[in-house]
Design a protein around this ligand. Structure first.
Ligand SMILES: *Cc1c(COP(=O)(O)O)cnc(C)c1O
Length: 422
């Protein structure tokens, strides 16, 4: 990674040599009021729109217009089984078997549905462990699960905290917590890539550790899906959830993915909330049958799915398929390494990257901590045509996304940042 160079020419060269450069033109790039393209570095929050998305959605609108209810079976892409069009590519992206993956509901809802099945507190073992700076929705969700089961959420929640003066959590501390309190912990629920620091956790290590203490282990991979190789199956995690509107470019509030490990696929004793879409597909429309559980992750579905959102996911997954996730991950490491190099070369004490410097412990997001929590820096970046996001208390999150960000984006970002800092 040390072959990075300063200067405009290097960035231009890298873009020229980029085998994925054509993908940028397949996305709508937001513009300022004068029609200039903005530098969009916030695909970690809302991914950009692929140009083909409109066609995919229009196809379904047309079938609805022309066929009405018959679109369920007679449409070009019959709605009845529409979610199945997504399964294979989605499974590939998160490193799972098709049986283990389903797209349904939205993210926090799925987290709750997973906890219905996998958070099974007893009087001795009822606590939930999360990382201290977990995404707020996840924290609220686990706290409410504790209360739902009659436990006090202060007593029942164990936080994996970074050490005093440090930003990143430490595995030794996790091991220590488990050694001390492992037999009281029912569930470990960690954000696979931390939304704030960008730290990509070793999912297998956490799952193995949790399992060795008898805990169930689940991950929220909202910041990981489409960003890093999650290898969910091999991690051994019991369950995982993620959204499709961040790195997966499927549009605001779009549907979520859920993973249930194969070893639970045929366990009909797992408690869960069910609906007609969790029922055997062959007999679903006889309507009067005794409930017959679908195997695998599909068995957690409740409702017939929203086709328009799924069409957007399908469009995005088709872009991923052509780009190839391996190639994206390779470019991601290089592009983010370049970004880190340029930021470090600024040598400015007002900013500090808190994301791990090891490329295997992060995705494309770098979190820049701003001295004295000076939010005006973020405002000035916005005025300079750069879209990033500010996260309280003191971080600017920036993600050069390999599908649509270029080396020139990164170069211009750091040049403008330099002007602002000086
Ligand atoms: C983005 C994100 C959410 C958002 O949840 P929604 O239910 O989609 O609103 C929740 N948790 C994590 C970790 C996230 O990154």
């Amino acid at each position: 990674m040390s072959n990075f160079k300063l200067g405009l020419e290097f960035a231009q060269q890298q873009d020229q040599n980029d085998e994925l450069k054509s993908f940028r033109t397949q996305f709508h790039m937001p513009k300022d009021n004068d029609g200039n393209e903005l530098i969009y570095m916030t695909g970690n929050s809302l991914g950009l729109q692929p140009k083909i998305t409109k066609d995919y959605i229009n196809q379904e609108l047309e079938d609805w217009a022309n066929l009405g209810v018959e679109g369920h079976t007679e449409g070009k892409n019959p709605w009845l089984h529409y979610h199945e069009f997504l399964t294979e590519t989605m499974a590939e992206i998160v490193g799972a078997k098709p049986l283990e993956v389903v797209v349904m509901n939205s993210l926090t809802a799925n987290l709750h549905f997973m906890m219905v099945s996998f958070y099974k507190p007893t009087s001795k073992r009822y606590k939930i462990l999360i990382e201290a700076d977990a995404f707020p929705s996840d924290k609220y969700a686990v706290e409410s699960q504790l209360r739902h089961h009659g436990y006090d959420d202060k007593d029942g929640l164990i936080l994996w905290k970074a050490r005093e003066g440090e930003e990143l959590t430490n595995y030794e501390d996790l091991e220590h917590i488990l050694k001390e309190q492992g037999d009281e912990i029912a569930l470990i629920m960690i954000g696979g890539v931390n939304y704030y620091t960008g730290q990509f956790f070793d999912l297998k290590r956490i799952a193995d550790l949790g399992h060795s203490h008898g805990c169930i282990v689940g991950f929220d991979c909202a910041h990981g899906a489409g960003n890093v190789k999650l290898n969910l199956h091999d991690s051994g995690a019991d369950f995982a959830v993620w959204c499709s509107y961040k790195y997966l470019n499927s549009g605001p509030g779009s549907l979520s993915g859920a993973f249930v490990h194969e070893r639970h696929a045929h366990n009909k004793d797992l408690n869960r909330f069910t609906g007609w879409w969790s029922h055997n597909k062959q007999t679903r429309f006889r309507m009067r049958d005794e409930f017959d559980q679908l195997p695998g992750a599909e068995g957690w579905q409740l409702s017939n799915p929203p086709i328009l959102s799924m069409a957007a996911i399908r469009a995005s997954l088709d872009v991923f398929k052509t780009a190839e996730f391996d190639r994206l991950c390779k470019k991601s490491k290089h592009l983010t390494g370049y970004f880190e190099f340029l930021l470090n070369e600024l040598n400015n004490d007002d900013i500090k990257i808190i994301t791990p410097s090891n490329p295997n412990e992060r995705g494309c997001q770098l979190s820049i901590q701003v001295k004295n929590a000076d939010k005006t820096l973020h405002n000035k970046l916005t005025e300079a045509g750069i879209i990033t996001d500010w996260r309280e208390p003191d971080v600017i999150r920036c993600a050069p996304v390999p599908l649509y960000n270029s080396y020139m984006d990164v170069y211009k970002f750091v040049e403008r940042l330099k002007t602002i800092l000086n």
